[in-house]
Write a protein that binds this ligand. Structure first.
Ligand code: EPU
Length: 426
């Protein structure tokens, strides 16, 4: 198992290319199950979560290959197996996004029910409610969701829940509705850019979707979808993480392939705490020249502040001047990074789904344990500014969502080594 050993204190300076979005690519890859003919995807990042999705699609009868130019080609060659096994789903709960496409195209799907994960309970009740409204009959057997529908029929569907809408739930219902008979209207749809990217891709396949990016999405069912080519949008969470890397080291990073329009709440927050964010040539430059100010953050569905950057901003506010408050409204238990940041000297007080942060002048390096993807990113960021050495253990979590993070940060001046556990113990 690998660890990252970080010598803190370097000011980062240079350019980083933002990769394609993991969370856009996963449902788009699942959407290829709907196509007759090959699908070609550009900017699919090279990540362990993407590899899990490739393995799942192969089990479901697809030929998936990376071509020499980096494009991913997906082609369905056999529709006999519609079972996403627990073994695969437990490695990556986003596997649930094959449910809608399988049901619509093959009239049957058996997908293992994803369990909870390090960021809390992650039910899929709203996904199932949406598919039932389209006419699916759903049973649970041996921990598997079994979904059947001889035909799907358009319907008016409310997808809101206690914590807002659902991103992958919207992806599942929208994908299934593309082949339903008649019109589907999804109310309280997720507005995330990843949903818009999926809708653009499905439309390029022949679907008739309007309103993606707003809370009301309308889908006119069509008889068939064909393979297409599509470029996945840049990863806004990766971009936001690198923005924090610039801010936390008082550095200056230019981000290529970064859509600031997808990050308005984040940019607004950065500016309010004293970070300079400038838009330029298809990207942005983020710099910081002074001690940052405290601020309060509440995570919300898009276009609000994303839960996927909550941990990284906690690391940043840990060294700001004054007290900050972070409230998590999407995953109220997403706080496993709190105790680890405290090991680096962050002063944090957690009460329910709120954390009060008493800003310190500096953090001090220590061994810490990564618990989930974004928590790991927060620990790496904290390590970049901490005095001395920070060792982030179990970094396989970070490899799920950031491609070669240490190489990309080292290229702009960081000092991070990847070592395996045995080397550490010598
Ligand atoms: N929820 C329900 N019932 C459902 C579905 C969701 O109650 O049927 C609740 C969840 O428990 C949560 C809220 O609704 O409280 C929102 O969850 P959502 O369904 O939107 O999450 P998701 O679609 O499973 C995606 C991202 C997450 C990101 C969330 C929120 C992917 C692959 N995952 O998950 O990304 O945090 O949206 O924006 O797109 C990550 O990349 O680190 C990550 C966890």
């Amino acid at each position: 198992m690998d660890s990252l050993v970080i010598e803190g204190g370097a000011r980062l300076r240079g350019t980083i290319h933002v990769n394609g979005s993991k969370n856009a690519a996963l449902p788009i890859m699942a959407g290829a199950l709907l196509a007759s003919g090959p699908t070609y995807l550009r900017e699919v990042p090279n990540l362990s979560d993407i590899n899990h999705q490739v393995n799942l699609l192969r089990e479901l009868g697809c030929v998936v290959e990376r071509q020499a130019d980096g494009q991913m080609k997906i082609e369905v060659t056999d529709e006999k197996n519609s079972h996403a096994r627990y073994d695969l789903v437990r490695k990556m709960r986003a596997s649930i996004c094959v449910l809608g496409p399988l049901l619509a195209k093959r009239k049957f799907a058996r997908v293992s029910m994803p369990g909870g994960c390090a960021i809390g309970d992650r039910p899929v009740d709203i996904h199932l409610r949406g598919l039932e409204a389209l006419g699916a009959v759903i049973d649970l057997d041996g921990g598997d969701i079994i979904c059947r529908a001889d035909k799907l029929t358009g319907a008016e569907i409310f997808l809101g829940g206690n914590f807002g809408s659902t991103v992958l739930g919207t992806a599942n219902v929208m994908s299934a509705a593309t082949l339903a008979k008649g019109t589907t209207v999804i109310e309280s749809a997720a507005c995330e850019p990843e949903v818009v990217d999926l809708a653009n891709y499905l439309n390029a396949m022949g679907a008739k979707i309007t309103g993606a990016g707003t809370p009301r999405i309308t889908i006119e069912g069509v008889a068939e979808l064909t393979g297409t080519s599509h470029t996945v949008i840049p990863d806004r969470i990766e971009a936001g993480t690198f923005m924090v890397a610039a801010a936390i080291t008082n550095g200056e990073i230019h981000l290529d392939n970064c859509r600031l329009g997808d990050l308005l709440a984040v940019v607004d927050k950065l500016r309010s705490i004293g970070v300079i964010v400038e838009k330029n040539n298809g990207g942005a430059t983020i710099s910081s020249v002074r001690r940052l100010e405290a601020s309060n953050i509440t995570t919300q569905p898009h276009p609000g502040f994303p839960t996927d950057l909550q941990a990284q901003f906690m690391a940043l506010l840990a060294i700001a001047d004054g007290n900050s408050v972070i409230t998590e409204k999407i995953f109220p238990d997403r706080f496993l990074h709190v105790a680890e940041l405290a090991r680096l000297g962050a002063r944090l007080h957690k009460e329910g789904s709120t954390v009060v942060i008493q800003g310190q002048k500096k953090l001090v390096g220590a061994p810490v344990m990564a618990s989930d993807l974004r928590a790991s990113a927060a620990l790496v960021l904290a390590g970049l500014c901490a005095k001395g050495t920070t060792t982030v253990m179990r970094v396989y979590h970070i490899d799920r969502g950031y491609e070669k993070i240490e190489q990309r940060l080292n290229a702009v001046g960081a000092n991070i080594k990847r070592v395996n556990q045995e080397e550490l113990e010598l």
